[in-house]
Design a protein around this ligand. Structure first.
Ligand code: HEC
Length: 121
């Protein structure tokens, strides 16, 4: 294993929040994103724990390509509050104002990450 892999702990997730997050994800993000296909926005499976702007076959804005950030609870939360403030020049023009909705959706994305303890062997 690489040292990078070693530094990623299995993420603990709350099942209840994941269920709520899945519903909210479809409603709030599904217009532009899906888990396994690039649409208006890049596909999302495994986005949690990954470096921003790295889905190889998606055409990101320069802002996202140059963003040196790993998607975690904190960075995803800040991003969803206001993408433009987080990465000036991004093409994601959508804000999620409600903290509880952000929290549930982030938990869902975490659950879908291969580093999630729910998916780990
Ligand atoms: C109106 C369309 C739209 C909606 C709605 C939207 N997004 Fe996006 N999203 C985009 C676009 C476009 C990008 C690419 C941004 C860029 O390249 O600057 C993006 C990028 C992202 C990224 C960066 C992914 C990466 O590979 O680095 C994350 C994370 C993200 N969106 C999460 C969400 C979540 C979570 C929601 C729902 C709460 C959401 N988005 C709703 C259009 C949208």
């Amino acid at each position: 294993m690489t040292s990078q892999g070693d530094s990623v702990p299995p993420y603990a997730v709350s099942e209840q929040l994941v269920v709520k997050g899945e519903e909210l994800y479809k409603r709030r993000c599904g217009g532009c994103h899906s888990l396994d296909n690039n649409r208006i926005g890049p596909r999302h499976r495994d986005v949690y724990g990954r470096k921003a702007g790295t889905v190889a076959d998606y055409k990101y804005s320069k802002a996202l390509r140059n963003l040196d950030v790993i998607w975690t609870d904190q960075t995803l939360d800040e991003w969803l509050v206001n993408p433009t403030a987080f990465a000036k020049g991004t093409s994601m023009g959508f804000r999620l104002k409600k903290a509880d909705e952000r929290h549930a959706i982030i938990e869902y994305l975490k659950f879908l990450s291969s580093a999630s303890s729910a998916n780990a062997q």
